[in-house]
Design a protein around this ligand. Structure first.
Ligand code: SAM
Ligand code: SF4
Length: 338
């Protein structure tokens, strides 16, 4: 039975929805090949929620039991005034109902923002880094400089933030680097999470060329590392082991080879105010017009959120194979933020 009366949000399959991921912008200072086309057309400003609108909607989710919010993008830290949103949400940590506020970033802005983020209440961040090789980094991000991201990671650590490195596994691109990355993360006290590519958005290339199953990566890693099973869970798609030699966690996000939907606790808001109840499905609920309608008060907003949660589907159906070269979901990852 769908719970529409009690304080919390529970979907039709009995899953408590307590985690909101918010893409605050579709823009980015990089153009990772698996994420964006080189010549992306970004959305006009009027279609993007203001930071105040995002803050209000997040507040409505928190009032309904959401206790974890992740800010993502696009690149969340390139949005002007972003720190104000982080401060406002950070002020709700603890008695305000929020347990954790986190950010997924490419790290380029961290040298100047890490301390402000920590002061605003952020304690953990994910930084995307697919390679330690400057030339490969430049090729993957199309024009990025690895030093900016590395400096960002070190600035975050120095500011007191726990950092998890996210690396997308790409066939023939970074597949021979994971041993080195595990050792490097161990040296610097970072957790690492490997991600399979997901078929999202047209990227003007053939995804079957990029797809590298993590089951294969994992069995290769076992030749050099002792991977100890771990019961650490985040309610999300990552499955973790502990690397005995480094003592750090290693996560595997395998949406293509593993079904993680049964424990899904999350929904995703795009920067235009569209709420996706599932990363792999097109059904969505629109909040922008509601937020801009003076007749819709906070109770109306809460009801719209409850109604949306009743539509959360059981699971996704991603497919990448030679017969399905088109993306399973038309929107780019930068819309929903991964
Ligand atoms: N710009 C930030 C960053 O790169 O961390 C946040 C947004 S980015 C869309 C979030 C995460 O999604 C990154 O770790 C990125 O590597 C991952 N990602 C993007 N496109 C992907 C795809 N098609 N398949 C799997 N992961 C993807
Ligand atoms: Fe930008 Fe992140 Fe997408 Fe790379 S993965 S293009 S850094 S939004």
């Amino acid at each position: 039975m769908t719970d529409t009366t009690a304080a919390g949000l529970t979907d039709p399959f009995g899953r408590a929805v307590t985690y909101l991921r918010v893409s605050v912008t579709d823009r980015c200072d990089l153009r990772c090949v698996y994420c964006m086309a080189e010549d992306m057309t970004f959305l006009p400003k009027r279609e993007i929620l203001t930071l105040e609108e995002i803050d209000r909607l997040c507040g409505a989710f928190i009032a309904l039991g959401t206790d974890k919010i992740r800010l993502t993008g696009g690149e969340p830290l390139v949005r002007k005034g972003m720190i104000n949103l982080v401060r406002s949400l950070g002020a709700r940590i603890g008695d305000g109902g929020l347990r954790e506020l986190t950010i997924t970033t490419n790290g380029t802005q961290l040298p100047k923002m890490a301390t402000e983020l920590f002061d605003a209440g952020v304690r953990r961040i994910n930084v995307s880094l697919d390679t330690l090789d400057p030339a490969v980094f430049a090729a993957i991000t199309r024009w990025g400089k690895i030093d900016q991201t590395l400096d960002g990671i070190f600035a975050a650590k120095a500011a007191g933030l726990a950092v998890k490195v996210n690396a997308v596994a790409l066939k023939g691109v970074n597949e021979d680097e994971f041993d080195r990355m595990i050792a490097w993360c161990g040296e610097h006290g970072l957790d690492l999470c490997l991600i399979e590519t997901m078929p999202m958005g047209d990227i003007s290339g053939d995804r079957t060329d990029q797809y590298l199953p993590l089951s294969l990566v994992r069995s290769r890693l076992r030749q050099h590392w002792t991977l100890e099973e771990s019961d650490y869970r985040t309610g999300g798609p990552a499955r973790y082991v502990t690397v005995k030699e480094t003592g750090r966690r290693l996560g595997f996000i395998t949406p293509m080879t593993h079904n993680f939907c049964e424990s899904c606790n999350r929904v995703r808001l795009t920067c235009t105010g569209t709420l996706f109840m599932c990363l792999g499905q097109d059904d969505a609920a629109e909040f922008r017009e509601l937020l801009r309608d003076p007749a819709v008060d906070d109770a109306g907003l809460a009801q719209a959120i409850r109604d949306a949660i009743t539509r959360k589907p059981k699971g996704h159906d991603f497919v990448i194979d030679r017969r399905h070269k088109r993306p399973a979901v038309a929107r780019h990852m930068s819309m929903t933020g991964g």
